[in-house]
Design a protein around this ligand. Structure first.
Ligand SMILES: [Mg+2]
Length: 250
């Protein structure tokens, strides 16, 4: 449970910082507190850096282990000799959109496709701590491929690529949500299998995301020991939004 007093304080802090403080006390707001934690806390930065630092260590281990794959079910045949690759989500994994969430928190508006699309068109998302360094290691140090799989729509892909370029994030391919159904699994399969004459089949060594659906065949109903997390799967903290919001409280 989040103390209401703390939430109200958070609202005041943000209101002051953006110059909209008024005599009327702002209403408590969960999204506002989550945005404050994401934007202001050193703990968020530390979490993100920790995730990417461990992913780097695992990559070194992966390259020393010929049989390493992060897709043991999906990867077929002689996968050991395929080019190595990592797959990353974009939003709240590589790009930080917390300024969009702050706007929602301060105005009280709900998420809408139109305002989200306008934010993407602004191309103002910033890089997540650790992301660019990790990607550089993969591309330059390990000569691996970097594949971005995002649920941004195909119509938003060009602006997304502009934004990534602006913050110096490089990659080999980006797959936006051409089908418009939010299901990344067909795109994961396409990345693994390649396309003859267009793109090679790849051996995926690491997956990075902020949502359980950024990992193959997983969703909020996932059970088990989650042993892949910290070895082959790496999850960034995202208290702002996600598929977790549809899960009933315990
Ligand atoms: Mg994401």
């Amino acid at each position: 449970m989040i103390p209401r007093k703390a939430l109200a304080l958070g609202a005041v802090l943000v209101a002051v910082s953006i110059g909209t403080a008024s005599a009327q006390e702002p209403q408590p707001n969960d999204l506002l507190l989550a945005t404050l934690w994401t934007q202001r806390s050193v703990e968020f930065k530390g979490n993100a850096l920790t995730v990417y630092a461990l992913a780097k260590i695992r990559l070194d281990q992966a390259l020393a282990d010929k049989n390493w794959t992060a897709a043991p079910v999906e990867q077929k045949g002689d996968y050991q000799n395929l080019p190595p690759a990592i797959v990353l989500d974009v939003d709240e994994t590589v790009l930080d959109n917390s300024d969009y969430q702050k706007k929602l928190a301060v105005t009280g508006e709900r998420f809408k496709d139109a305002t989200w699309n306008a934010w993407i068109e602004e191309r103002r998302a910033t890089p997540l701590p650790g992301a660019e360094g990790f990607i550089t290691t993969v591309l330059d140090g390990l000569h691996g491929q970097v594949i971005l799989v995002t649920n941004r729509k195909q119509s938003q892909c060009a602006a997304t690529e502009d934004n990534l370029r602006t913050v110096h994030v490089r990659y080999d391919r980006i797959l936006c949500d051409r089908a418009g159904n939010g299901d990344k699994n067909p795109r994961f399969s396409a990345v693994i299998e390649g396309e003859p004459g267009v793109t090679p089949a790849l051996n995926i060594l690491i997956w990075v995301g902020d949502n359980i659906q950024d990992f193959p065949s997983l969703n909020q109903k996932a059970t088990g020991d989650f042993a892949d997390f910290g070895s082959h799967y790496f999850a960034l903290p995202n208290p702002l939004y996600g598929s977790w919001q549809g899960v009933p409280p315990r």
